[in-house]
Design a protein. Structure first.
Lengths: 1006, 201
């Protein structure tokens, strides 16, 4: 294989395993353990993408999840995924990837013309350029911008992968498995704590993976990592989660982690195993050991492919055995980049110069570099970068005394890589998400954790302690402290791993590195690579008044996008601070929000897809309904038969047939979904008397009564029939949708308002399955099912209940009716209900017993003017509005809602009242929700009288009809009103009483 | 009015209900034949109530939160400070209710037949804890939730009563019948990666 830039030895990649992959249509090879970024660099490929706005050629900036440039479209077809960072993609055999933001190719990109017109793409360009006319926005500007600027393409096919979730609990969650995190986890594990150690990388070790020559406890650092990992693995209560990013830190130490379980394997190679898993963790204590991110230096054309963070260059050579450049200029304001220079030099790269912004350097690292013969140019800057699609060299000039300009002659130095370091930002993202408060550290020129709010502690680089001995000591201390805070005793004295570090000299913050021309004139000083925000944009925004850091972010888009400004935020706000002549802490930071790195939607959805997306509640009769070919309606989470088509029947035909069957013979409805509450206790009747509007104290045993329940505001909340089973025992029914709400409502009153009442409630909704048999032949069917029961009107009158054995099963039979017909509701225990149902259908066949669905139920009850809560009511309707004055007791001293009926608003003229409507055209069925107006002429504004609440074609009446709530409805009987409909049609209707069929109730008493 | 008719399981469309789990090394899911279930409400600080209930049940009512008391015939699960669920053999609920009501007399209490209210799913095997953890936020670590404990909680957006029976571990998941099919499908899906099986009827 030809890895032109692979070092002969070194790194942790497995050189015995060669992996082939494709990038932008070209085949390459890498090794097991490579990321896509390291494998491309091993092949000498730097140009991996085009930038968002200017379509400038871009290379690989970093070696981690903070990468702003190297965004990749991975795979094709259903597996394709945009916006992945090349620095995090582990290569696998057959991987296919391509660049984003480039058309037709990354080498020749038409959009790069934007770079020439960059004046219009300045800060706030969206607001300035595409303002007028407004109509152009949706049709023209927006689609063009989307296509030109789009970050990758989403797949067009369904996701073939599965995703799932896992809850977890632990005493100590350690975030990050670098030296600090490992030291913390070891201490916590030794104390017997349940420990979860999560790290976003495939291997533990953090910064140690990319370092060289470090020793811990006298052994090479990676050997120590392996030993630590082995020890952790030996503790049964430790869970080790590599490839797992802690993405969110919420209240009560609730953290969310995303684990990539199979992304490092060829697609589809682990069937049945979720690709990604969302962990929801409750941690008693959290140790944050999240490390730090290196800052770029903001110099002219600092975005050319071949400009890389120095720490990343070091990682590529040390972890992957890849030389990202053969001739490397190091550009820095601090000591850490010297280590990169030394490691690259040691691996065979030429390092013609370290260009240091500091006035002088004389620390141990500088001495080492000098000893290696590396030239150090102090108090100088790169004032120009040579090369477009790849760095070819730099021009170096001395800094003026104030550091604001360069001066003197420029020296040209040829190179193919610029390794830069502007200092390091502790990764305080999770700390900030936990609501912890930051402090600006002048010496580090960075924000560090200051005040904790939750049960967490930071250790190591994320706390601003970059030296290895400090990381290890703070990690061990944090692990022990977490253990103690979780209430566990450390079994032994702390074992702080030992290491040595060279002393580092202070950095020199120079937030804008001067170039040959003033900022904004020639060359671009990029601050945010992903959003193409330059130092000039930040300064312009500041001049235009966007001086709050939050405004700056939104106006310039700095810090947005997939990287959320991990490399850019501090540079941006420091430049803002400089322009405002304010101290950096006064400018502050923008809010750190979850997720830390982007999450797939699949991870968030987990298994909540397809048939598992929501519960489908089914009744005990469901299997029979399915057998019969019922069409189902969703009622809340319930699946209820809507209608039962026979043969090729339409819905309208089926409903007419079902209605006819009930009115002329017998039909049956599965009413199992109705809520049922068992009420027991000596105060049960008193309780009902207070909750319902009508009187309950004198209801006889075995008798049923309809009740309406109102909220304190007097508005109807639910209705249903309640039956007295014994002196202290009632069974209440509620509407299907309100079953749980009513039980909660009743419990709340019992527990908080009237705890002295001796009443117990038990939900029995699912104990009883209900078959509602209705029609002139209902008595015959019930007689055949329960031959011993006297069904005569005298023995078993309307609104009463009998217990009987039905088809061998003990049952409660309620003679109540929602259709206006003679009707019996047979309740049997759910586990025997299907047997009873089948028996009922068998004996009912003689009468052509017809199953009917909710639609027929709706039509039949509306013909009788029976309301449905939630259809005729909407939380603003009183019983009086429905003409149900009779159900509101005048005698009772009090009941829930009573006081509200004394409010003027409850009795004023002009309230909407329930009426019937007969459309002039008897074949025309009004739309439910149609507005009702007084006049036929259509002049706006039209005063609205009300709306249609229910509307059907009635087989019984041979015409359409409707129920409606309209202002002063009861005074409008026989008057004409109008329903203006979609498309300009106006339908004339006559107002009627809301009862259309058998107003005397002869049939249901029969 | 005891009845000896067979009791249909709530997931009969998918698998028949069983009376016991065969001993198996692997992860297994089954619906148990719906047991007799009686909901009991009463005041545990009323000694008459405790005495009457205890005399019928042959055990003390569990008063510690989320605890379970069992005899050979019955299992009593604590559901709340004044609420218990008593499980007994299928069909045994009728007599149990009569005896409880007789013993309680005029003591304020509620004895309610809820045998049809819930299905009883049983999940057993080494990975049972992981399966539940995919949808249940409770800490099921053996030190925190042991055999003989129960809890009313949610799993995969369904309200359940979870009862750990043994250290294998084996769990009973009592779920409202209408939710049983969804719960079954969810469990079956969550078990897949561990090679879980459905108990043969």
């Amino acid at each position: 294989m030809t890895n032109t830039h692979r070092t002969p030895t070194g790194g942790t990649v497995d050189r015995s395993k060669t992996i082939s992959f494709t990038f932008n249509g070209k085949s390459y090879q890498g090794h097991a353990g490579d990321t896509l970024a390291s494998a491309l660099l091993a092949n000498g490929v730097h140009l991996v993408g085009r930038s968002f706005k200017y379509h400038r050629p871009r290379g690989i900036l970093s070696a981690g999840s903070e990468e702003p440039n190297a965004l990749i479209q991975l795979e094709r077809g259903a597996h394709t995924e945009p916006n992945l960072r090349a620095t995090q993609i582990e290569i696998y055999e057959g991987l296919t990837a391509s660049s984003q933001n480039a058309w037709p190719s990354v080498e020749f990109d038409v959009g790069a013309v934007n770079n020439l017109f960059s004046k219009i793409f300045v800060a706030g360009f969206y607001y300035k350029t595409f303002m007028h006319p407004q109509s152009m926005w949706m049709r023209v500007y927006e689609p063009i911008i989307r296509r030109a600027a789009g970050l990758g393409k989403s797949p067009q096919e369904a996701d073939p992968d599965i995703y799932d979730k896992m809850h977890a609990h632990c005493e100590v969650l350690v975030v990050g498995a670098g030296p600090a995190g490992l030291a913390a986890a070891l201490e916590a594990a030794r104390g017997g704590a349940r420990v979860i150690l999560a790290d976003e990388q495939p291997r533990f070790g953090g910064s140690l993976l990319g370092s060289r020559g470090e020793t811990i406890d006298g052994m090479p650092a990676l050997e120590w990592v392996a030993k630590a990992e082995a020890e952790l693995r030996s503790h049964p209560e430790v869970t080790l989660l590599p490839r797992t990013t802690v993405t969110g830190y919420f209240d009560h130490n609730y953290l969310v982690m995303a684990e990539r379980r199979t992304d490092h394997l060829p697609r589809g190679s682990k069937p049945g195993v979720s690709r990604q898993r969302l962990w929801k963790v409750r941690a008693a204590q959290v140790v944050l050991a999240t490390g730090s991110h290196e800052r770029p230096l903001v110099f002219a054309d600092n975005d050319r492919p071949g400009v890389m963070l120095a720490g990343a260059a070091r990682t590529y050579v040390n972890q992957f055995g890849v030389l990202p450049g053969r001739r490397v200029v190091v550009f820095t304001n601090n000591d850490s980049a010297y280590q990169a220079a030394l490691d690259l030099h040691d691996s065979g790269a030429a390092v013609p110069a370290i260009i240091d912004l500091r006035k002088s350097v004389d620390g141990p690292l500088a001495r080492k570099a000098r000893a290696q013969g590396i030239r150090i140019i102090t108090n100088s800057a790169i004032s120009e970068v040579e090369g477009g699609k790849k760095v070819r060299g730099v021009q170096v000039q001395a800094l003026a005394a104030d550091g604001e300009t360069v001066t003197g002659p420029a020296e040209s130095i040829a190179c193919d890589l610029i390794a830069m370091s502007g200092g390091w930002n502790p990764a305080v993202h999770l700390f900030s998400q936990s609501m912890g408060k930051l402090r600006y550290d002048e010496a580090l020129a960075a924000f560090v954790p200051n005040l904790s709010v939750q049960a967490e502690r930071s250790a190591g680089a994320c706390k601003g302690s970059f030296a290895l001995p400090a990381c290890l000591a703070e990690g061990a201390e944090a692990g022990r402290a977490a253990l103690a805070a979780a209430g566990l005793d450390a079994a032994e004295p702390a074992r702080v791993p030992t290491a040595e570090a060279l002393e580092e000299q202070p950095l020199r913050p120079l937030w804008i590195v001067p170039g040959k021309k003033p900022v904004g004139q020639k060359g671009k000083h990029f601050v945010d690579y992903q959003n193409d925000v330059t130092a000039a944009d930040v300064l312009l925004a500041s001049r235009e008044g966007y001086q709050s850091v939050e405004h700056l972010k939104r106006y310039t888009t700095t810090g947005m996008g997939t990287d959320q400004g991990k490399t850019s935020n501090v540079n941006a706000l420091a430049i803002l601070a400089k322009s405002l002549a304010s101290p950096i802490p006064q400018v502050g930071t923008t809010t750190f929000r979850p997720p830390y790195t982007p999450l797939t939607y699949g991870t968030i959805a987990g298994r909540d897809v397809g048939e598992l997306a929501d519960v489908a509640r089914v009744t005990p009769i469901h299997a029979w309904h399915v057998e019969q070919g019922a069409v189902f309606e969703d009622v809340g989470q319930w699946k209820r038969p809507w209608y039962f088509p026979r043969g090729a029947e339409t819905m309208e035909e089926a409903v007419r047939r079902e209605c006819r069957a009930v009115r002329t013979s017998v039909g049956v409805l599965d009413a199992s979904t109705l809520g049922k509450i068992d009420i027991q206790g000596p105060d049960a009747a008193t309780f009902l008397n207070r909750m319902y509007t009508n009187a309950w104290l004198k209801l006889d045993i075995g008798r049923c009564r309809y009740g309406v329940m109102c909220k304190e505001d007097g508005m109807i909340m639910d209705d249903g029939v309640t039956t007295r089973l014994g002196p202290n025992h009632f069974i209440m029914t509620t509407t299907t949708g309100n079953a749980a709400k009513v039980l909660d409502w009743l419990e709340e009153y019992l527990q908080t308002e009237w705890p002295e009442l001796k009443v117990y409630l038990t939900s029995v909704t699912e104990q009883w399955s209900t078959a509602s048999i209705a029609g002139p032949k209902a008595r015959e069917v019930v007689a055949a099912l329960a031959p011993d029961l006297d069904l005569s009107a005298e023995a078993f009158p309307f609104m009463s209940m009998k217990e009987a054995v039905v088809a061998g099963v003990p049952a409660r039979i309620f003679r109540i009716s929602f259709t206006g017909e003679l009707s019996y509701e047979i309740n049997v225990p759910s586990h025997q209900a299907l047997h009873v149902w089948r028996e009922m259908m068998r004996v009912g066949a003689r009468y052509d017993i017809t199953p009917y669905g909710t639609e027929t139920m709706h039509v039949l009850r509306a013909e009788k003017g029976y309301i449905i809560v939630g259809q005729e009511t909407d939380g603003t309707v009183t019983p009086f509005d429905l003409g149900m004055d009779w159900i509101v007791s005048k005698q009772k001293k009090d009941f829930v809602g009573k006081r509200s009926y004394a409010r003027p608003g409850a009795v004023d003229d002009g309230r909407k009242q329930l009426v019937g409507l007969l459309p002039e055209d008897p074949a025309f069925v009004l739309q439910e929700g149609a507005q009702i107006v007084e006049d036929a002429d259509n002049r706006t504004p039209i005063p609205m009288l009300g709306h249609v609440t229910s509307s059907y074609y009635s087989e019984t009446l041979g015409r359409s009809f409707a129920l409606a709530l309209i202002k002063n409805g009861t005074n409008r009987l026989d008057q004409a009103v109008y329903a203006p409909l979609d498309g300009g049609r106006i339908v004339k209707c006559t107002v009627t009483k809301p009862v259309f069929f058998d107003p005397e109730g002869v049939r249901l008493h029969g | 009015m005891a009845n000896a008719l067979p009791r249909a399981g709530a997931v009969a469309r998918f698998a028949p209900a069983v009376t016991a789990l065969a001993s198996s090394a692997g992860l297994v899911l089954a619906e148990m034949v719906p047991p007799g279930q009686v909901n009991l409400r009463g005041n545990p600080s009323d000694p008459r109530f405790l005495r009457a209930a205890g005399s019928v049940l042959n055990c003390l009512l569990p008063v510690g939160a989320n605890t379970v008391q069992s005899t050979d015939d019955i299992t009593v699960l604590w559901l709340g400070p004044d609420e218990w669920l008593i499980l007994t053999a299928p069909g045994g609920e009728t007599e149990l209710i009569e005896r409880l009501r007789a013993a309680l007399g005029d003591v304020h209490a509620a004895v309610t037949d809820v045998s049809g209210n819930r299905a009883r799913l049983r999940l057993s095997g080494p990975e049972a804890r992981m399966v539940l953890a995919k949808g249940c936020g409770l800490d099921l670590h053996p030190q925190r939730f042991k055999a003989g404990q129960c809890a009313q909680t949610t799993m995969a957006r369904v309200g359940i009563i979870l009862h750990q029976l043994d250290d294998r571990p084996t769990y009973d998941i009592l779920v409202r019948r209408s939710f049983a099919e969804y719960t079954w499908m969810w469990l079956k899906d969550a078990m897949a990666e561990y090679g879980g099986t459905i108990a043969a009827g």
